[in-house]
Design a protein around this ligand. Structure first.
Ligand code: GLU
Length: 513
């Protein structure tokens, strides 16, 4: 039987890291197994449904590159894939009748006041809180008929078997056992006729021939209800796979403080989908060896359920940054430029940086200025239109040094401005050297010609010659003033290379300024 998995979000808000990992694991499993990945929209809770959220899910999944074989946007043999539409089609009504006829579900006419009183009583008497039978589990057929005749509103609850053990074999956690008397009777159909998650999701998993119910660990406590539901219908149970929770680097519950934000914010910050997928896949899964950096193809080839770990997965933003830098370095300058142009023009990038507030500035550094970041990126776009080769050469030198696409803005800025902003400390130290003016004039008077390699070799030889001719034992007093004069900074790519890229005209202008 081919593997069939489903990503079944309830579109109620933004798409965060946890949901992304959920979707990614299923995508990787389906791809690895040559199976099918299904998108199902679980929108039966109409009070929390948010159409913008559905949009957000689709946009995010598309950006990350998680694809589906069936879904509301694609159709498929089990359409519709939106639960509200499945409800309209009568799918749940038909199946709840099957359960009622079997006695595996029952109507409960409790008022909300009665339910409140029951809860209070349970709390007061330190009893388990929940509906373990109430007035209706064992009500006579006459009492039910009378309540119905009166037109009393009711819900339909699952009749969890009593006095039994409910056992599941979870693929990650192994055997888990519950005493069925500790499981309350969940609502399957609400008073307005809408199915709950418990009912709709399991019914659909069966009808859509889902082989693995893969989901977050927070659903483990629902698993006995779900298993009992499959048993009540007489349907074979899918395999349960409850993935570990995600925690922050410090082992605490994941929060914004750990860098866990809306997934689309990572796009806006200049992370590559390939890096994000790589990073997210490693939270709670391991390929079985020490490999960390992987392409999508490698992830698919290595993804096995046996690599899922029972212990919580750690979210480490530094690792994401490192992986992102790694994946940027796998790209050619042309590919980086294409990626950058698409990135800078994306409305999401612009909105994000225009409204950016640096809540955690690095100590002793000015807070990140979103508008400045955008302006620097825009400068790259502007230059790419007038001198693509120059921009490509500048990017090639900085690829080694950046961690995100946004970093390129600052990294290549000195190439693209008329005169770089000089760091005052660096100026004090290096531009005040007595030989500085003479050195700059010497370089300006000896321009390179030829290819990038030839020019690099020329400046290398030239600066060494100046050192030798003027009695400098080390190259530092030659290299540092030149770098500061040309770039404004004390760090950056190789000096001879950047001189070759700047070219004789810009060198002369900057050195003699
Ligand atoms: N609709 C549920 C959610 O969004 C799906 C949980 C599941 O995968 O079973 O959390």
């Amino acid at each position: 039987m081919p593997v069939r998995v489903r990503f079944a979000p309830s579109p109620t808000g933004l798409l965060h890291v946890g949901a992304l990992r959920d979707a990614l694991f299923k995508f990787l499993l389906a791809k690895h197994e040559g199976g099918e990945n299904i998108l199902r929209i679980e929108d039966t809770d109409r009070s929390r449904y948010n159409p913008e959220s559905e949009e957000e899910f689709i946009t995010t999944l598309k950006w990350v590159g998680i694809t589906f074989d069936e879904g509301p946007h694609l159709g498929g043999p089990h359409a519709p894939y939106r639960q509200s539409e499945r409800k309209e089609a009568g799918i749940y009504a038909e199946l709840i009748n099957v359960l009622l006829a079997k006695g595996a579900a029952y109507k409960a006419f409790d008022t909300s006041q009665e339910l409140d009183e029951m809860r209070e009583f349970q709390q007061l008497n330190k009893l388990a809180v929940g509906y373990y039978g109430g007035n209706w589990r064992d009500a006579s057929a006459e009492a039910v008929a009378a309540a119905e005749a009166e037109g009393k509103p009711f819900v339909i609850r699952q009749r969890i078997p009593r006095g039994e053990k409910i056992v599941i074999e979870d693929l990650i956690r192994g055997r888990i056992e519950w005493d069925s008397d500790t499981i309350d009777d969940p609502v399957l159909i609400k008073a307005d006729g809408m199915p709950t998650y418990h009912f709709a999701s399991m019914v659909d998993d069966h009808l859509m021939e889902i082989t693995h119910i893969m989901r977050g660990e927070e659903w483990i406590s629902s698993a006995p209800k779900h298993a009992a539901l499959f048993d009540a219908f007489g349907w074979p149970r899918p395999i349960f796979v409850h993935c570990p929770v995600i925690v922050g680097k410090d082992g605490k519950k994941l929060s914004k403080r750990h860098g866990a934000t809306r997934v689309l914010d990572y796009a806006a910050e200049g992370y590559l989908p390939v890096a994000l997928k790589n990073f997210i896949a490693l939270i709670g899964w391991s390929p079985g060896d020490d490999t960390e950096a992987m392409t999508e193809e490698e992830l698919i080839a290595k993804f096995r359920l046996s690599g899922l770990q029972p212990s919580p997965g750690r979210f480490d933003l530094d690792k994401l940054r490192w992986l992102n830098g790694h994946h940027i370095r796998q790209m050619s300058p042309t590919a980086v430029l294409d990626e950058l142009l698409a990135y800078v023009s994306h409305p999401f990038t612009r909105i994000y940086w225009e409204n950016f507030v640096d809540e955690e500035p690095i100590p002793n550094k000015p807070p990140k200025d979103g508008k400045q970041i955008l302006a620097r990126l825009d400068r790259i776009v502007e230059w790419a239109a007038k001198d693509r080769e120059y921009v490509l050469a500048a990017l090639a030198l900085e690829i080694e040094r950046v961690l995100t696409l946004a970093d390129f803005g600052e990294a290549v800025e000195f190439f693209l401005v008329d005169s770089p902003t000089i760091d005052p400390k660096a100026a004090d130290k290096w531009l005040t050297q007595p030989h500085a003016a003479d050195l700059f004039a010497f370089i300006a008077a000896n321009p390179a010609s030829g290819s990038f390699e030839e020019a690099t070799a020329h400046y290398d030889a030239l600066l060494r010659k100046y050192a030798e001719d003027n009695g400098f034992e080390k190259l530092g007093p030659i290299v540092h003033p030149t770098r500061v004069k040309l770039t404004g900074k004390t760090t950056g790519p190789g000096l001879f290379e950047l001189m070759a890229v700047l070219g004789p005209d810009r060198l002369r202008e900057r050195l003699l300024a």
